[in-house]
Design a protein around this ligand. Sequence first.
Ligand code: NDP
Length: 302
Amino acid sequence: MTATVIDGKAFAATVREKVVNHVARLKADHDLTPGLAVVLVGEDPASQVYVRSKGKMTVEVGMNSFEHKLDVDTSEADLLKVIADLNADPTVHGILVQLPLPDHLDSDLVINSIDPAKDVDGFHISNVGLLGTGQKSMVPCTPLGCLMMLRDHHGSISGMNAVVVGRSNIVGKPMAQLLLNDSCTVTIAHSRTQDLPGVVKQADIVVAAVGRAEMIPGDWIKEGATVIDVGINRVDAGLKDDGTPKTRLVGDVHYDSCAAVAGAITPVPGGVGPMTIACLLANTVTACSRAAGLPEPEGLTA
Ligand code: NDP
């Protein structure tokens, strides 16, 4: 079997188009422009790139983007004050604090100081609890993107066996919860799981969120399963013509061997990655609609 490639880049474009249409309606009918505030503490180069690209995409879909760049040694009190001001600002509908924060700042405390209704990353404990009890919440962007692709590919995933490899708070656990909410039978595997190949082999849906390059080979995959690869790992790829080292991105699954047995698979790059930022925009337009007591955008929520 050769797997169908689930094209996250193309799917993310359709999500962004829905966001654009909903933003246009909010503007035209309600004189309302959704706004996303991103808070960056320090000068971590990767975080700076993420924040820049989030700001650019926010503006491209017609929303307001507010960037707050704070000094690396900003005190916790000062950061909490910035968040309190954003919580109180009616033009800001979504707040994202770029992680990781410098060591002297308590990430849990900071995240839990965001108004849960504006917590577009879905990391606030209130949103975790709401998701866990099947109530309306803000859902973390990466798992939301994976869920959207699974629903789009399968229609219904009810009753399917899903194995999530990885139990982080930002990917593995919320992913498992979303799959459970959609009536999958869910197993969460992690570094202490016994017979991981045997566990993965049972899965109709495998979501790999481990952070280990190409760890899952094709012979762990059940024939015809759907493989969602969340991993983003940079590995050596020899030398450029000028003799300097080259790198490339790979996922947590070994793409070629998995694609040979899977029914469908997301590539890296071009799979889950583009969906994550599209879902951030989707969450912001959802937060704005909810704040105004208006209907939520269709197809952009869990
Ligand atoms: P974490 O490091 O927080 O979690 C990794 C998880 O994998 C842990 O639960 C760990 O288990 C488990 N694990 C580690 N080694 C093994 C192993 N040998 N066998 C089984 N399980 C193992 O990572 P994240 O969840 O934050 O991210 C996972 C990957 O997804 C990374 O590559 C990251 O870059 C990528 N990512 C991609 C995003 C996107 O937009 N595409 C967004 C977010 C993340 P244990 O708990 O027992 O230690």
